[in-house]
Design a protein around this ligand. Structure first.
Ligand code: PMP
Length: 438
């Protein structure tokens, strides 16, 4: 069965969309370069999505991260509907905003206070301002392959096409992510490869008088998945503290996903300030900043028409309540383990080289690798064409994976039955890949 035979209506809709939407989609990532057209979704329920052609998929994309409770979780729906009946936007605070904010300061280890934005891009933009306002210094260290948003200063050295474009590892070139991006926006951003503490130490020794902060994803989730080397995050915490440089965790993905308190709780390393978004409101748009009172409150005034809008706040309150229920994180981690252990065993049986690991509800498959990656440059060793064969084979059999990179999410709505079905499909697809290879 080809993609096309089963998904004709998606194709028709995409052909029409191109007439009125630039590129045919609202976010570039809604259609990957590997797809002729995206699958149009009609509805979701629990761990499943249903497309406009009537196909059912077990979904591991989680709407790019927010759907930690699965699709249409009843508790979130009820809370949102209740708020809609009262009003969706007031240009005024509500009592619920106080409740949620207090709760966030209790949950997030670095949070004395919080501040709100609508998206992760904005949250990190305002953090850049805060750390500059607080320290009086301008430069920020970011790492190759880390995504913090699409603004001029954030989207630097995010996804260069080749190692050649990246320059020498110890002094990488800065690459731009978009036409129209200001070259001068790179002036105050220092780019380094990730997972190399010695290089950070050297850079801080030389330039600490002008460096305000280091921003990092605690787990690098935006190429394939790259985990911090043992001691690396601890090392970043120590060297930043020693050199009067602030440590920013971008927890837009890891927040509320690795654990309720994010990567900082999971790894027991407290940054000075962090961003949060995606999973915090179970599928509604909410993002923000949490951190030390003197940094978050450093005379920077976040604005935004829809900041902490009542609907998202209602969704956030209900999401936290669901995530706090006993056993939710353990269950997601157990299902993730069943998936990764199962896939590893199948790959071994089928003689296919792939790296498959997970942490909490984040997991990955990287074809062609025997070992974990250490930085963005290692991701060029992944066999992307095998991944595409794998992804398409899974999609045709009702398993929806990320269209361009092997990073997946388990949700609280996934079941043992889903895992069983997924492993059955993976076995079938890997057997085909094995036949092609051997
Ligand atoms: N930081 C990280 C780590 C992300 O993964 C993303 C989005 N993928 C962002 C920031 C930007 O968030 P948003 O898309 O909500 O602007």
């Amino acid at each position: 069965m080809s993609d096309r035979a089963k998904t004709e209506k998606s194709k028709e809709l995409f052909d029409r969309a191109k007439e009125s939407i630039v590129g045919g989609v609202a976010s570039t990532l809604h259609k990957s370069e590997y797809e002729e057209y995206p699958i149009y979704i009609e509805r979701g329920k629990g761990s499943k999505l249903y497309d406009v052609d009537g196909n059912e998929y077990i979904d591991y994309m989680g709407g790019f991260g927010p759907m930690i409770l699965g699709y249409c979780p009843p508790a979130i729906g009820e809370a949102v509907i209740e708020q809609i009946a009262k009003g969706s936007q007031f240009a005024a605070p509500t009592e619920s905003l106080n409740d949620v904010s207090k709760k966030l300061t209790e949950i997030i280890p670095c949070a004395d206070v919080v501040s709100y934005q609508g998206t992760g891009t904005e949250a990190n933009m305002v953090i850049f301002r805060m750390v500059r306002a607080y320290t009086g210094k301008d430069k920020i260290i970011k790492f190759e392959g880390h995504y913090h948003g699409w603004s001029d200063e954030e989207m630097i050295s995010f996804a260069p096409d080749s190692v050649k474009m990246m320059g020498p590892r110890i002094k990488p070139w800065k690459t731009l992510g978009s036409a129209g991006q200001l070259v001068k926006a790179t002036e105050d951003i220092i780019v380094l490869p990730w997972n190399d503490l010695a290089l950070v130490q050297k850079t801080l020794k030389r330039q600490k008088h002008e460096i305000a902060a280091i921003i990092t994803e605690p787990i690098m989730c935006n190429c394939e998945v790259v985990y911090p080397k043992p001691g690396y995050l601890e090392g970043l915490r120590e060297v930043t503290a020693e050199n009067d440089v602030l440590l920013i965790f971008d927890e837009i993905i890891t927040g509320f996903r690795l654990s309720l308190g994010g990567a900082q709780e999971y790894y027991k390393i407290t940054p000075d300030i962090c961003s949060f978004g995606k999973a915090v409101a179970g599928g509604f748009p909410l993002a923000g900043v949490a951190g030390k009172r003197e940094i978050v409150g450093a005379d920077v005034h976040p604005v935004g028409t829809f900041n902490a809008n009542p609907i998202s706040i209602a969704a956030c309150k209900a999401t936290i309540k669901e995530l706090e229920k006993p056993g939710v994180y353990d269950r997601m981690a157990r299902l993730t383990r069943r998936l990764t252990e199962g896939i590893k065993a199948i790959a071994k049986k089928r003689n296919i080289i792939l790296y498959c690991e997970g942490v909490a509800s984040i997991w990955q498959v990287a074809f062609g690798l025997r070992e974990r990656m250490n930085d963005f440059r290692d991701n060029f060793g992944v066999n992307k064409s095998d991944y595409q064969i794998f992804r398409k084979g899974c999609l045709e059999r009702g398993i929806r994976l990320h269209p361009s990179r092997g990073r997946f999410y388990t949700s609280a709505a996934h079941t043992d039955e889903d895992v069983h079905r997924t492993l059955f499909v993976v076995d079938e697809v890997l057997s085909q890949i094995s036949k092609r290879q051997n």
